[in-house]
Design a protein around this ligand. Structure first.
Ligand code: ST9
Ligand code: ZN
Ligand code: ZN
Length: 340
């Protein structure tokens, strides 16, 4: 046999019957995003397997719901638990603890911590640290769910690989003293490993069994796991979809967008261009009403009860100026309303 060796496009052995074909080295499409040079992926198989198992159980859960294997009461209870866990993230972890958009009295903080534990998205302290780092270093290697690495990475891929060294390297400058001073946050952090199985899965699954004799394992699949995975995906859409699709009326230089679908699914957290422009606003949106913003309605209700106070919000004038200066022109300005 004739051995043909290619070396930088030159034929180095005889190949009598075929004309020497020059090797054209096409510049291959970079497989890495620009900043990734010199950084190696490290897949965390424990998490990959965990998510495969959870998604498989979720498919079973959809089957049980669609084919009437669980009672309507159980499905309604699943929605209630999902709503509470969602508010634990939006009203608690996000708008209270990560951004300090308002202050909350002890009973409200305890309730929000319980709700946040229902959501099993890491303990409040870790959730907030990752989220503050996301705002400070958006779309760079230091952003835990850097959307420059694509939809899948920012959606859930980031939870299945080791973090980029910049996340801790640069993230360590983020001040967490306020959370260290909150006994509710530190108590949840200390007992989180015990609280998760109990609060996220066992208690919510047990209630339908206890109160209306639902089969425990059916309840576990639907109210425990399926409810959990749906709320995870709704949350993750804020990091993926709302960093890709939508308008940018407040700041066109950043990836976060105004995404009504995500706003609906994530209780008002899809107005993400506004949120990145005014992260300290407790409404996380400009819209003056509760349109697609259950979280704002909840905070206002708590404020009326005296549980929440010092609610911070951007006034119309400030928003208008910012929008004119850095927006993409999709915001309807005040004078336009007057003209019509
Ligand atoms: C989940 C979270 O799903 C979802 C968050 C979404 C955020 C959404 C934001 C949008 C806002 C609104 C939401 C609306 C929601 C609506 C709901 C409606 C229904 N800074 O992490 P490690 C250092 S969780 C500074 O282990 P590895 C630190 O020293 C899902 N430093 O890194 C740390 O040590 P320690 C369930 C940082 O080894 C050390 O590095 N959970 C920072 O690379 C090691 O950290 C899971 O799936 C930082 N930001 O592992 C588990 N980060 O902690 C996921 C780290 O001791 N987690 N450091 O201080 C893991 O398994 C791992 O973290 C890993 C990375 C494998 C992902
Ligand atoms: Zn964001
Ligand atoms: Zn935020």
């Amino acid at each position: 046999g004739v051995q043909v060796e290619y070396d930088e496009g030159k034929l180095t052995a005889d190949a009598p019957h075929s004309p020497p074909t020059p090797i054209v080295r096409r510049p291959s499409k970079p497989k890495t995003y620009p900043q990734q040079v010199g950084y190696k992926w490290q897949i965390v198989w424990r998490n990959v397997i965990g998510f495969v198992v959870l998604h498989s159980i979720t498919i079973t859960g959809f089957y049980m719901i669609l084919f009437g294997l669980v009672q309507i009461k159980t499905i309604l209870f699943m929605c209630l638990v999902g709503m509470c866990s969602g508010l634990g993230i939006t009203v608690g972890a996000h708008r209270l603890w990560a951004h300090r958009c308002y202050n909350a009295r002890l009973p409200m903080r305890v309730l929000l911590a319980i709700f946040q534990t229902l959501a099993f998205q890491n303990h409040i302290y870790e959730w907030v640290r990752d989220h503050r780092v996301h705002h400070k270093f958006t779309d760079t290697d230091a952003d835990p769910h850097n959307s420059a690495r694509g939809f899948f990475f920012s959606h859930m891929g980031w939870l299945m690989v080791r973090k980029h060294p910049d996340v801790s390297g640069k993230g360590c400058v983020v001040d967490m003293k306020d959370l260290e001073a909150d006994p509710v946050v530190m108590w949840q952090k200390k007992y989180y490993l015990w609280l998760v199985p109990l609060v996220t899965f066992l208690i919510p699954s047990y209630i339908p069994y206890w109160l209306w004799q639902e089969r425990f394992w059916y309840s576990f699949v639907v109210v425990g796991v399926t409810r959990y995975m749906i709320s995870l995906h709704f949350t993750w859409l804020v990091n993926s979809a709302a960093h890709i699709w939508g308008t940018k009326p407040y700041d066109k230089s950043i990836t976060p967008t105004e995404n009504p679908t995500v706003a609906l699914l994530a209780f008002g957290e899809g107005w993400h261009n506004y949120h990145h422009a005014f992260p300290w606003d407790y409404k996380a949106a400009e819209l003056g009403n509760y349109r697609l913003n259950l979280s704002t309605a909840f905070i206002d209700a708590c404020a009326r009860l005296g549980l929440a106070y010092n609610l911070k919000t951007a006034n119309a004038d400030l928003v208008e100026k910012r929008s004119r200066r850095t927006g993409d022109g999709t915001k309807r300005h005040h004078h336009e309303h007057h003209n019509h």
